[in-house]
Design a binder for this molecule. Structure first.
Ligand code: PLP
Length: 428
């Protein structure tokens, strides 16, 4: 038995499912998870001494590669001055100013400790600001695990939300309306019927939790226009896309200005961080300025701020996004080419440093329905064939992939060659 298998058995005795976040358990691909000992650059090293080229990047934050020296040193330096103060510290101001400079729609920002906290707080703020209860989200978009966001569509877009987790009262979920991603007509219809009750739309501007699905041309623009027309708040959940698809996030990439933005992942440089911010007149409703309550023991934590600031200092250097995008294109084009050569139907997507690979005959995947119709069994086999060859992909067909600038040409070439071998085996 490998050390990972032993550890997984041990973990399951005291940790539900052996993991602290469900997808890590490999349930949707089968097998048992690999336990990681260390990470550096583009690589993960497991407890059995095996090396992997990593395409998860801690689910997004590791845009510069693992254990980046500038971030590590900033953390050590900050730690020497204390781990948490529970009082304001200068690094919080630098962080707020940096975020507001790089994401101009954010005129004020509040730091939190996770993406979930960021979206939950942004929605409470949108409700407090508008005095309305209902929110609209999209099928297949994930915004963290706050109660009102763990809701999937009913049979039709206009039906009331039904919770998709036990423990979420139906009474909470009824305020969460859902529509199909990229279906602007459906959103228009919902607004026509219930626009006066809608506090906000929350959307992943590039959907990254049903694989990677870019917005159709005009979709985000349409959401912006509807929010303006009906006085609803437009929230871009950029926890994943922020500083990933472009320096200013998806809003810079597509040139759309949301009212509120949520961030996480990259802005923490690997430490637990989230943030929400946006229009000053809306943000002024947050306590202690306004009545909408929001707080956090470790919010603005000095170590997390130091890590995040070091990460942002590095990634805003000229050329980082061109390099990241070029590497991602190289990978995606390589995978598509070998799939074609072997005769495996494969659709691919890419926005900046984020990508999707779908086992499907469809030329384009645009929504959750289509994403779930892909050949999931083929993905599962592909995942394990790649893992065996030392390539660590997300253990689910519904996750976007992430590159870092630490991935070398050799890493990409190795990955493409490994994929070709895997495709040949899939075909056999
Ligand atoms: N929003 C989006 C778009 C996400 O992808 C995630 C997590 O993956 C979250 C929110 C929740 O963030 P966290 O896991 O830090 O709570």
């Amino acid at each position: 038995m490998s050390k990972s298998e032993q550890l997984f058995q041990q973990a399951q005795k005291t940790i539900p499912g052996g993991v602290n976040s469900p997808v890590r358990a490999f349930k949707s691909v089968g097998g048992t998870p690999v336990f990681i000992d260390s990470a550096n650059g583009a690589y993960l090293y497991d407890v059995d001494g095996k090396k992997y080229i990593d395409y998860i990047g801690s689910w997004g934050p590791m845009l510069l590669g693992h254990n980046h020296p500038a971030i590590r040193e900033a953390v050590i330096k900050a730690a020497e001055k204390g781990l948490s103060f529970g009082a304001p510290c200068p690094a919080e101001i630098t962080m707020a100013e940096t975020i507001c400079e790089l994401v101009p729609s954010m005129e004020m920002v509040r730091m939190v400790s996770s993406g979930t906290e960021a979206t939950m707080s942004a929605i409470r703020l949108a409700r407090g600001f508008t005095g309305r209860n209902s929110i609209l989200k999209f099928e297949g978009c994930y915004h963290g695990h706050a109660d009102s966001l763990l809701v999937k569509a009913g049979s039709g877009a206009l039906t009331l939300g039904v919770p998709n987790s036990p423990g979420v009262p139906a009474d909470f979920a009824k305020y969460t309306l859902t529509a199909e991603f990229n279906n602007l007509e459906q959103v228009k219809q919902i607004f026509a019927e219930q626009g006066a009750d809608l506090a906000c739309i929350i959307v992943e501007p590039v959907a990254g939790n049903m694989n990677c699905i870019p917005p159709a041309p005009g979709f985000l623009e349409g959401l912006r226009a509807l929010c303006d027309q009906y006085g609803a708040v437009l929230i871009f959940d950029e926890v994943m896309t922020g500083f990933r698809v472009a320096l200013g996030g998806a809003q810079a990439y597509y040139n759309i200005k949301p009212d509120l933005t949520t961030l996480g992942k990259i802005i923490g440089g690997g430490m637990p961080v989230g943030a929400f911010g946006g229009r000053r007149d809306i943000m002024q409703h947050i306590a202690p300025l306004g009545g909408v309550y929001q707080a956090g023991t470790l919010s603005g934590n000095p170590i997390a701020m130091a890590a995040g600031l070091a990460a942002l200092t590095e990634i805003r250097k000229p050329g980082v996004y061109d390099l990241l995008t070029a590497k991602t294109t190289q990978l995606i084009e390589g995978l598509a080419a070998v799939a074609k050569e072997v005769g495996i139907p494969l659709a691919t997507t890419q926005v900046g440093g984020m990508f999707g690979v779908f086992f499907s005959n469809e030329a384009q995947i645009t929504n959750y329905q289509q994403a779930t119709q892909c050949d999931i069994a083929a993905f599962k086999r592909f995942f394990h064939l790649m893992l065996e060859q030392g390539v660590y992909l997300a253990p689910s067909a519904y996750e976007a992939g992430f590159l870092s600038i630490a991935h070398s040409d050799e890493d990409l070439a190795y990955t493409i060659a490994a994929a070709k071998k895997a495709f040949i085996q899939l075909k056999a």
